[in-house]
Each structure stands twice: as C-alpha cells, then as structure tokens.
Design a binder for this molecule. Structure first.
Ligand code: 0HH
Length: 208
C-alpha cells in the first residue's frame, strides 16, 4: 500500500500539481475521495487543522495546505534546486503561481459569467512575466537546469488556462514550448492521458 494518501474532492483543483509531481517522480499514492455529502456532515472538516482540504498523509505524518505539501514533496524528491538561493527563487516562483491560481479561482467561483472575458483580456499581463522568466533562463525551467516543484505548479496552471482560453499561449513561444516539453515527459504524459486525470473536472462548479 502506498505511503502517500491524498484526501480531497473529486476535482483537479489544488491537487493536480502534487499528483503530477508524484507521477513524474515515479511515486504511488492513494486517493481518498471526499463527496459533497460527506463533507457537508462536517465531521471530516472538524478534524482538518484549517477546516479545509487537501489533507496529505505520509505514513503517520499529516499535512494541510497545498503549497506546504508541495514543498514537503520537493524536499523529499530533490525538487528544490541546488542550494538555498535557488530554493528561495523557486519559492518566489511558486508564490507567483499561487497569486495566479487565486486570481483564476476567484473568477471561476465568484465571477465566471461577468468576469471571464475581462480575465482573459488581462491574462497576457500575467503570462508575459512567466514568458520572460523562461526565455531568460536557458536551463529550460523556472529556476536553474532541473525541474522544481514550482514547474509542476506552473504547468498545471498553464494547462488549465489553455482550457479556459485555448489560444492564450499563442503569443508566448517560451511558454508554449515549456508546456509541450513538460507534458511530453513520459510519466507526465502517461498521467495526463490517464482516466484518473481525464475524468476529474478542473473545478468543483463545472466551470473551466
Ligand atoms: N490554502 C489552502 C490550500 O492551499 C486552501 C484550501 C481550500 O481552498 O490548501 N480548500 C477548499 C477546496 S479547494 C475547501 O476545503 C477548491 C476546490 C473545491 C472543489 C469542490 C468543493 C466541494 C465543497 C464541498 N473547501 C471546503 C470548505 O472550505 O469547507
């Protein structure tokens, strides 16, 4: 039985980044899927330190907060750069991914009908920052020459944004080739083609 357990709703949401990371690192994990009815009862929520999911278990060690989980996995699997300075830069990249994720989630959950067009119009402003970072770094990743946990985060966001606005990377060649290159890594490719990934909606309200 795999040591890792992800407890979460049946969506990609805040867990697809860690799932891609685990898949790419050849790790196995168990999914403990929580339905809306189970969650509504409140017993599980009451046991969660901050009243929210995801919950992540590694044996008898339990962790909450998706970005803390990513950093835990990054330390365990060598996805945190080659020294403290790279680690700090990787955290900085991940914080920026988190900013974009929150902006996206706000639009999806609170303002989809009125806000989607405006969001897409403003999107190049966010994407251009990542485009510059990737075209400046000849290593092919956000930081240095090896994949980090922040790369899985950015990949997940870019894949989701391509669903939201299919042409959104057309004027960003570095981002476009980054998505193609990371998605073609054999274990990520297999994960993206899996029923587990394909059958999970991106978000919990049917909007994407
Ligand atoms: N900062 C936290 C983290 O990064 C934020 C966690 C969070 O927002 O881990 N958790 C949400 C679910 S993620 C939560 O627990 C959004 C996906 C929603 C998908 C389906 C929702 C079904 C809800 C019944 N939300 C539940 C809650 O706060 O009670």
């Amino acid at each position: 039985m795999p040591a890792y357990i992800i407890t979460y709703f049946a969506v990609r949401g805040r867990c697809e980044t860690m799932r891609m990371l685990l898949a790419d690192q050849g790790q196995e994990w168990k999914e403990n899927e929580v339905t809306f009815d189970m969650w509504k009862k409140g017993d599980l929520k009451a046991t969660c330190v901050f009243g929210q999911l995801p919950k992540f278990e590694d044996g008898d060690f339990t962790l909450y907060q998706s970005n803390a989980i990513l950093r835990y996995l990054a330390r365990a699997h060598g996805l945190y750069g080659k020294d403290d300075k790279q680690a700090a830069l990787i955290d900085m990249m991940n914080d920026s991914c988190e900013d974009l994720r929150l902006k996206y989630a706000r639009m999806i959950y609170q303002d989809y009908e009125n806000g989607k067009a405006k969001y897409i119009e403003a999107l190049p402003g966010d994407l251009s920052k990542f485009e510059k970072i990737l075209s400046d770094n000849k290593g092919g990743f956000l930081v240095g020459g090896q994949i980090s946990y922040a790369d899985y985060h950015l990949l997940d966001l870019l894949l989701n944004h391509q669903v939201l606005s299919p042409g959104c990377l057309d004027s960003f060649p570095a981002l476009k080739s980054y998505v193609a290159r990371l998605s073609a890594r054999p274990k990520i490719k297999a994960f993206l083609e899996s029923d587990a990934h394909k059958s999970r909606p991106i978000n919990g309200n049917g909007k994407q």
